[in-house]
Design a protein around this ligand. Structure first.
Ligand SMILES: [Zn+2]
Length: 173
């Protein structure tokens, strides 16, 4: 378009076009080409501006993605560490239980495991201040009297929830 305008201008300047009508047409074409060129330059400018703002947005979003990814990595690392710690604890508690279970008579261990399965994971409970810590019920006087007179190695159970009761100095007997 610029070349065409330059060519037209050259023809105009050369004086080769002499008819007033041709001259007028040529001038009009030069003016129209100049206007179109101006319009196109505006379009190019606008596109460049939009491209720049899109690039800024891309940079901003990329930064946010990076920050979120950092948080994810951090949380994942903390989760993995916690899982590792829990696994270690499970292994140590399991081993500890095995040792203790080995010293408990089979029949008692069988009863404990059965009760544990029936009573939501708690097969034995402390007798504390005359109450069963398994079901939180206070034992009746007659029951307490029976427990009091029972031999230390007798297995006593809660009259209410049937869990094995563990006697201590705080049992209130
Ligand atoms: Zn109970």
């Amino acid at each position: 378009m610029r070349q065409r305008a330059a060519r037209d201008q050259k023809r105009l300047d050369s004086g080769a076009v002499s008819s007033p009508k041709d001259l007028e047409n040529l001038q009009r074409e030069i003016a129209s080409l100049a206007k179109r060129q101006g319009d196109l330059e505006d379009v190019v400018l606008e596109v460049m501006e939009r491209r720049e703002s899109a690039q800024e947005r891309v940079a901003e979003l990329t930064e946010r993605v990076g920050s979120v990814q950092g948080k994810i990595d951090d949380a994942t690392a903390r989760r993995d560490a916690a899982v590792e710690e829990i696994d270690g604890e499970v292994a140590s508690v399991t081993k500890e239980r095995e040792v203790i279970a080995g010293s408990v008579p089979d029949a008692l261990l069988g009863l404990y495991d059965k009760l544990r399965a029936q009573q939501g994971g708690i097969g034995a409970a402390k007798l504390y201040a005359r109450s069963c810590q398994g079901c939180r019920q206070e034992l009746a006087i007659t029951e307490l009297n029976e427990i009091r007179s029972a031999a230390p190695d007798t297995v006593v159970r809660c009259e209410n929830c049937r869990r094995i009761l563990v006697r201590t100095s705080e049992s209130g007997l």
